[in-house]
Ligand binder design. Structure first.
Ligand SMILES: [Cu+2]
Length: 206
């Protein structure tokens, strides 16, 4: 084997190594955005639909800080809160009256956090991906919210216009779902490119 030959091979390995470093670096995207609109048939507006990727083949670290659902002006805020499975949700009471937090949803363990006064909070960890937990207050029957528990952090909630954007989704083919309360969940197959974005519309019906 000639000296030039082995130097050439070493150079080739170096190039491969450089390519690997480049591909593995966070600056190299290999991720695209999903965006579009959800139309909620018969809805007062198109807000509070959750658009999410059903499953991404990876595990995801749960956020260190809890997600927050407030009770203010006799309403849960936000009314729809998607979270990564394992996330702790802190329920606040920012009203001057007593509030309660409970769920009749078995997928969330049908818990009841009891009643608590202004300025206090109670927490619950939502473990089961795929669970849409109906959140209620037994003191104020008109209060209602949802916590939607998901397998991965690639989700978004629509604004009043129905717009959503999910940024930085790893390139690949996925089931993209649109959920809204008691409506039928819709699923479409989407291909996320290595850069740029794809648009997907949904029409949700009861
Ligand atoms: Cu209440």
């Amino acid at each position: 084997m000639s000296v030039i030959g082995s130097r050439g091979r070493a150079g080739g390995l170096l190039s491969l190594f450089a390519l690997f470093i480049f591909l593995a670096s966070p600056g190299f995207a290999r991720a695209g955005d999903l965006k579009g609109k959800v139309h909620i048939a018969g809805g007062v507006n198109n807000a509070n639909a959750v658009v999410y990727i059903e499953k991404v083949d990876s595990t995801f670290a749960v956020p260190d800080t809890p997600a927050v659902m407030d009770q203010k002006n006799l309403m849960f805020t936000p009314e729809v809160l998607p979270v990564l499975a394992g996330t702790k949700v802190k329920f606040l009471n920012s009203d001057e009256v007593l509030h309660n937090v409970f769920t009749p949803s078995p997928c969330a363990g049908s818990f009841n956090l009891g009643s608590f006064p202004s300025g206090e909070s109670k927490s619950h960890v939502f473990e089961n991906a795929g669970c849409a937990a109906l959140i209620l207050c037994d003191i104020h029957p008109e209060m209602q919210a949802w916590i939607v528990v998901l397998q991965n952090p690639y989700f978004a909630v629509t604004d009043r216009g129905g717009n959503y954007i999910i940024k930085g989704v790893p390139a690949g083919t996925y089931n993209l779902k649109a959920w809204f309360g008691y409506y039928k969940t819709q699923t479409v197959r989407v291909v996320v490119p290595e850069s740029g974005s794809v648009s997907q519309e949904f029409q949700l019906k009861q």
